[in-house]
Design a protein around this ligand. Structure first.
Ligand SMILES: Cc1cc2nc3c(=O)[nH]c(=O)nc-3n(C[C@H](O)[C@H](O)[C@H](O)COP(=O)(O)OP(=O)(O)OC[C@H]3O[C@@H](n4cnc5c(N)ncnc54)[C@H](O)[C@@H]3O)c2cc1C
Length: 508
């Protein structure tokens, strides 16, 4: 399959992208006698497995049916964060009066230029994932085609058979078709098509208010679409801390995003040049007519045609390939990494799991995926970042928990930056400074959460953060202030009394 037929629009930037991630006229190599590692799927998990194993001296084959880089580069993190940046620039220009900027109301939006910028950056970043780099610099045998197990130690691709000592399934997940009638006929966008738009839809309905739905809803609203989110629950970002989600909700309202909460999508149809969503809200049937529909819910594991049965690999149709905590499948020669097998579907977890596979598959390691401390971030404005447990989760597990919160209004830099809506929150094991989890809502929460993640993964308590000097003024001081808040909880009336007696005695 030639990649150029599926990355639209056909522009110079997209040709440059395809030349890296699915070059025209690519000739698959002759397979080696046997590979230390065959990797199926070249998204983040597959690329990290292949590059890491090859750089340690392994003979590696990498099979990709579509575009190297997978979702993250082509249809996910990279294009979404590219247009989020444009939408922020527009928002700031329009709301600059408080900072001394005038004329914000008259600022125009060039959607096509914002999309072209994203495509240009994506093409530039694709150099890192390029087929030629993997072949020429890393010595990986790169095969384009659909990989399929033909036995317990063989994989077929484009009529060739690859024999392996170890294999790893990294085939990821894709947008699942929406389970509502009429969507296919009405037409809808997913993450695989939305970044190919060249014209801004005047109105857009976003189904689902998870991270993908929320990030893109706010972005398109700021780029000028009339956006409505349809969410069957009563809160956006339903999995996140409720207070965090409420702050994002208020930002959405200011951005003009219409929130249809407690609204169950029933079906869709086409009326003239509009797409009409039929939904149910409060026992009543409502209709929402829009130019485009974006489906932001439902991911399905890519397992079709993989021949898992031929290799004795167990799987679940919804959850994907089954693995133990060493990431081994039910075939002892075959491992899995990334969205295909892990509940936390992020690029950074795909990367972390790939490193575990290299150690366990090739070097008899015993690294466990259950030991990972996994942070994540939703890149709305403000961002919502989280790591570890939520308060309720700790309570449900019977762990005594104390929660401390520092509002960003108490952090000088946040106030100076006009970004004081948000907070840093930490959940501690009661009676100690052991961090169970944390949520940060801030413009750059994704940058700030790593300090807490480092503490958790290194077994450091909140006091260690308290002892760390943070430059003033920074928003990361919010985390240090959490440690100060913890220290204050230790200053009980009894301790205060003892200190007072000590100081009185010292004073003569
Ligand atoms: C809109 C959007 C935004 C996102 N933003 C973020 C973000 O900001 N941060 C973050 O951490 N995560 C984000 N994610 C999630 C992230 O993109 C995924 O978690 C990550 O790409 C998973 O990597 P992977 O290698 O497991 O799978 P994928 O990237 O899906 O790669 C799998 C690859 O396998 C190939 N393949 C499938 N079947 C076969 C076969 N039989 N033979 C050969 N090849 C095959 C596919 O073509 C694909 O290239 C986002 C996702 C979306 C949709």
């Amino acid at each position: 399959m030639d990649g150029s037929s599926i990355i639209f629009p056909e522009t110079e930037e997209n040709h440059a992208l395809v030349e890296n991630v699915h070059p025209g006229g690519w000739l698959n190599p002759e397979p080696a006698h046997c590979y230390n590692l065959v990797v199926i799927g070249a998204g983040t998990a597959g690329l990290v497995c292949a590059a890491g194993a090859a750089s340690l001296g392994a003979k590696v084959a990498l099979i990709e049916s579509h575009l190297l880089g997978g979702d993250c580069l082509n249809y996910g993190c990279v294009p979404s964060k590219g247009i989020i940046r444009s939408s922020r620039a527009i928002y700031e220009a329009r709301h600059g009066d408080d900072f001394g900027l005038t004329g914000g109301d008259g600022i125009g939006i060039d959607f096509a230029a914002a999309m072209a910028r994203m495509r240009r950056i994506r093409a530039g970043l694709s150099r890192h994932d390029s087929a030629r780099r993997f072949r020429d610099e890393l010595g990986v045998d790169v095969f384009f085609g659909s990989g399929s197990f033909t036995g317990v130690e063989t994989i077929g691709v484009e009529g060739k058979t690859l024999r392996f000592k170890r294999a790893v399934i990294c085939t990821g997940a894709r947008a699942a078709p929406p389970p509502f009638p009429g969507f296919a006929e009405a037409g809808y966008l997913t993450n695989e098509t939305v970044f190919s738009l060249t014209e801004l839809p005047r109105s857009l309905a976003v189904i689902g208010s998870g991270p993908i739905g929320c990030e893109l809803a706010q972005t398109f609203a700021r780029l000028g679409s009339r956006v409505t989110i349809l969410e069957r629950g009563s809160h956006i970002l339903p999995r996140e801390d409720r207070d965090a989600a409420d702050i994002v909700k208020n930002a959405f309202i200011r951005d003009g995003v219409q929130l249809a909460l407690d609204t169950k999508t029933i079906s869709a149809s086409r009326k003239g040049d509009k797409k009409v969503i039929i939904a149910e809200h409060g026992g009543k049937v409502i209709e929402i007519a829009v130019d485009e529909i974006l489906v932001g819910v439902g991911r399905a594991p890519n397992m079709e045609g993989l021949g898992l049965e031929a290799a004795g690999i167990a799987y679940d149709p919804q959850q994907g390939v089954k693995v133990d905590e060493l990431l081994r499948t039910s075939n002892p020669r075959v491992f899995a990494a990334g969205d295909i097998c892990f509940p936390y579907k992020f690029t950074h977890t795909a990367d972390a799991l790939a490193r575990i596979v290299i150690a366990n598959a090739l070097f008899m390691g015993r690294q466990k995926s259950s030991a990972l401390v996994v942070p994540w971030c939703t890149y709305t404005d403000p961002e919502v970042a989280h790591v570890g447990m939520y308060e309720q989760e700790a309570i449900d597990r019977g762990i005594p928990v104390v929660t401390l919160t520092v509002p960003l209004a108490d952090v000088d830099r946040a106030v100076l930056d006009g970004e004081s809506e948000g907070f840093a929150r930490v959940h501690l094991n009661k009676g100690s400074d052991r961090i169970l989890g944390a949520t940060i809502v801030a413009r750059h929460a994704g940058e700030m959460i790593s300090e807490v993640t480092l503490a958790m993964s290194s077994g450091l308590g909140l006091s260690a953060i308290g002892r760390t000097i943070h430059p003033y003024p920074t928003q990361a001081e919010a985390i240090k202030k959490l440690a100060d808040a913890y220290n204050r909880t230790r200053l009980t009336p009894f301790v205060q009394k003892i200190l007072a007696v000590w100081l009185k005695w010292r004073n003569g």
